[in-house]
Write a protein that binds this ligand. Sequence first.
Ligand SMILES: Nc1ncnc2c1ncn2[C@@H]1O[C@H](COP(=O)(O)OP(=O)(O)OP(=O)(O)O)[C@@H](O)[C@H]1O
Length: 281
Amino acid sequence: MPTYHLHDLTVRHRGASSGAPSGVPLPALRGLSLTIEQGEQLALIGPSGAGKTTLLATLACAQQPLEGTFTMFDQDPWALGNAARHRLRARLFLAPQTPPLPPRQRVVTAVLAAHLPQWSIWRALASLFKPADPQAAWQALARFNLGDKLYSRVDRLSGGERQRCGLARLLLSPAQALLVDEPLSALDPVLSELTLSTLREEAAARNATLVCSLHQVDLALAHFPRIVALRAGRIVFDLPREQVTPQMIAQLYQGEPARPAPPAAPEPETLPVKPGAGACL
Ligand SMILES: Nc1ncnc2c1ncn2[C@@H]1O[C@H](COP(=O)(O)OP(=O)(O)OP(=O)(O)O)[C@@H](O)[C@H]1O
């Protein structure tokens, strides 16, 4: 059973501006077909605005497709009731580029929040006052070289530290699908290597599916066996890394501008949906 199956998917943001002469807003993803098997590790690459974040939000069941078929663990989340969709979302973890961690919270509490979907309300409240398992939080942080920040306040972290704090939370979640949006945007080269290695090791250890968007093409090719390249909302290529050539990369990033941008009135289509309980948004 694949983790994800997408066929001919169209996703349009509410309020997207028009790039078409007709004035109809362009979808952020168009005619997108993709199957991702359980345990696969793939990198999403492509220029700014290509649709990487939108695809991750779709995989996280946070963005409802307008057209096409979408299944996660063999279920269509949008055909389920709210409670069932919530349970399905608890099987994934979305780590956004900038994790919106509560600023006044201690790092230990923010990381342990990964357990919230499994905890009762009472256990969650108790953990706010006395962290339930600081050792587990420390171990997760240490894997990102952040163990010394266990009791720091989140708003005293640098951007890169905050990013790794969000990823430490991912390590503690029991998710079987790990969706990570540009995890390296605030990291130096050494930490970038450490971060990707840690994410890949963790995914392999629990046979979780790992989908990671990256702007660092060299690191994507070095770390991920499968590369999915997006441009203007479409898949340009979906290949094993050995088959990706420098010419393909040059064409992906140096072609025509990804999307024209004449101003136009926004036209609501699909509503973004509250992310899953396991999600880190
Ligand atoms: N909330 C939104 N409302 C309207 N349009 C949006 C919204 N978010 C993204 N878009 C549009 O959808 C398209 C895809 O954006 P997306 O953020 O998915 O691209 P990306 O590949 O992740 O870009 P980047 O690499 O810059 O993060 C872009 O044209 C963008 O302007």
